[in-house]
Design a protein around this ligand. Structure first.
Ligand code: ASP
Length: 319
């Protein structure tokens, strides 16, 4: 193991989206188990000397593969019944970032975002160009149907019937199927070398207009990392998180001397001001870890300073 590796520095959190969940929705056992298992896998990687960047990429790729969440397989569908996936990764060490938007044939959008950061001179690709780069870089390609599960077709039909777009994230959303797949996924980490990283991946919003891009893929909004301040991954009404410049706003508040909790609360107040709901997971350069949200629930997991994995969905239900 690298001699400069200090296990005490390690922090990690992930999320599986924010939104509403009826009081009688049940314990969400499968979702909790998935969040726990993936957090444990990231913890092992980090304890073995792995980087924050590898930990967040791995965690988000696993969540993309899990049909219980709105990213990769199980992503929500646009107005035309197609998946259009967005993802971004951020490396705190040098403010590296890579992002992709509106892809529907790349098996792992977060792997493509990472490849954009590491293997191209650019930071952000969309649509057909993004898919062409993915092919050129040898990433696994799939048909769009690979991502579509029956539940999302049902949700699209009901969103169309009610003329709604932001189903997962508005307070007046129609009651959800308690077992329904939930939101966007993301991860943040500080590794044993003190470096920060963040990653986010999403299908966006059910019944969104084709071509719409949310905050997840927008560096400085839904995804941000800088070793000077924090790593942040958001979920919620993407339009409002972009208007709030969420990640960069938290960064600025930290540089101005606020605590991570204060900085995130201020940014969330802005999201509310711009008619949005949602939440974030964030880790500060000092090791602070917070998971604030102004929606009904935030699916989340993390490990605390003692290395114990915690999973929570509602406000006070950590287990
Ligand atoms: N923030 C995502 C978007 O607007 C959606 C979500 O978090 O579920 O695309």
């Amino acid at each position: 193991m690298n001699p400069t590796h200090n296990p005490q520095l390690i922090r990690f959190a992930l999320h599986g989206g924010a939104g509403d969940l009826p009081a009688d929705a049940g314990p969400q056992t499968e979702q909790r188990a998935a969040l726990r298992e993936i957090t444990e896998e990231a913890a092992r990687l980090l304890s073995n000397g792995g980087s924050a960047l590898d930990a967040v990429t791995l965690a988000v790729e696993r969540l993309e593969q899990c049909p219980l969440f709105n990213a990769g397989v199980g992503a929500v569908l646009n107005r035309e019944g197609q998946p259009e996936l967005d993802a971004a990764v951020a490396r705190g060490e040098d403010r590296g970032c890579g992002a992709v938007a509106g892809v529907s044939r790349v098996a792992s959008p977060i792997r493509l975002a990472r490849a954009v950061m590491e293997q191209t001179p650019h930071v952000f690709f969309a649509g057909a160009g993004a898919e062409r780069i993915a092919e050129e870089l040898g990433l696994t390609m799939v048909a769009p149907e690979h991502f579509i599960i029956p539940l999302r077709l049902e949700q699209l039909a009901s969103a169309k019937a009610s003329g709604s777009i932001a189903l997962d994230h508005v307070d007046d959303a129609p009651p959800r199927d308690p077992d329904a797949a939930f939101g966007t996924v993301g991860a943040v980490a500080r590794d044993g070398y003190g470096h920060l990283a963040a990653a986010t991946s999403t299908g966006g919003l059910t019944n969104k207009l084709p071509g719409r891009i949310g905050d997840s893929a927008v560096f400085g909004a839904g995804t941000f990392a800088d070793d000077a301040s924090c790593a942040v991954s958001c979920t919620g009404t993407g339009e409002s998180f972009i208007r709030a410049l969420f990640g960069h706003a938290v960064h600025g508040q930290l540089l101005a001397g606020r605590s991570l909790a204060e900085a995130c609360d201020a940014a969330l107040a802005d999201v509310r001001r711009y008619q949005g709901v949602g939440g974030c997971i964030a880790i500060g350069r000092d090791g602070a870890l917070v998971t604030p949200f102004n929606a009904g629930v935030l699916y989340r997991a993390w490990f605390d300073e003692a290395g114990v994995v915690k999973v929570a969905i509602r406000r006070d239900d950590a287990s």
